[in-house]
Ligand binder design. Structure first.
Ligand SMILES: C[S@@+](CC[C@H](N)C(=O)[O-])C[C@H]1O[C@@H](n2cnc3c(N)ncnc32)[C@H](O)[C@@H]1O
Length: 231
């Protein structure tokens, strides 16, 4: 159960006030109302991670004090990949918290964050792209693409990474995002969506690359990773 000490609470509340002053007019009205309603509320106490809130918790320092999936994903990426390279994040969110954290620990390379809903116009060390990403997006020079629970951007992330033959770290979310035509196949259960996502990874995987599905207990949903094969 997530809990802050009084001292931590005072610190994050000050950060939260600054955050609201800076960004409240940038968010869609419903989103900022939702943030105000949810901030450090019941979902937080019950360890329920909601992307829009997690972004705010990362930005206001709450995540310095509580276990969270963003930091676990970053650690998992560091375990398996060199992050001191040119990275692309697809579906970075309103506030690109993961990109900010990775850019902060990079000793070399860059992070370019794509999301049509970005509310941030400038961020130290992060190249911000307030636009949709797809397989045709020019990412020449990129070494790796990651996407953390990217919802409807899932297939674009897979195609983009494989089209450019770069490493992929894809942390799946719990929803399904079939294209219209594939709904015709039958019920859109998560299992069917997962099979479909894996089949898309296989279909588009470049020669000389392998993929791996990580279903460890560390995360609620599986992570799909691709690597260049080393013979
Ligand atoms: C569920 S949110 C996850 C945000 C973030 N990764 C996080 O975990 O906090 C999915 C995000 O993907 C973005 N998105 C959807 N389609 C996209 C695309 N084709 N390219 C880039 N971003 C996209 C949405 O705007 C949304 O912010």
């Amino acid at each position: 159960m997530a809990k802050l000490t009084l001292e931590q609470l005072n610190e994050v509340l000050t950060n939260y006030e600054d955050f609201l002053l800076k960004y409240r007019d940038k968010y869609p009205t419903e989103a900022i109302e939702y943030i105000k309603q949810m901030f450090l509320g019941r979902a937080f106490r019950e360890d329920i991670e909601i992307d829009i809130m997690s972004q705010v918790y990362a930005a206001t320092g709450v995540f310095k004090y509580v276990d969270n999936a963003y930091d676990r994903h970053i650690k998992a990426m560091q375990r398996d990949y060199d992050l001191n390279r040119n990275l692309i994040e697809v579906g970075a969110g309103f506030y690109p918290a993961v990109a900010e954290k990775i850019a902060g620990i990079q000793e070399a390379g860059s992070v370019t964050a794509y999301d049509p809903e970005l509310i941030v116009e400038e961020m130290a060390q992060v190249i911000l792209k307030k636009s949709k990403f797809d397989a045709k997006t020019d990412i020449k020079g990129a070494d790796m693409l990651y996407a953390i629970m990217p919802c409807e951007a899932t297939l674009d992330a897979i195609e983009g990474a494989n089209e450019n033959d770069i490493d992929l770290y894809l942390a799946l979310c719990g929803c399904t995002h079939f294209n219209n035509w594939s709904i015709l196949w039958g019920p859109t259960t998560w299992g069917r969506w997962f099979d479909y996502v894996v089949s898309e990874v296989e279909r588009t995987l470049p020669k000389g690359r392998k993929y791996e599905i990580d279903e460890s207990d560390e995360f609620q949903y599986p992570t799909i990773k691709t690597y260049r094969k080393i013979y």
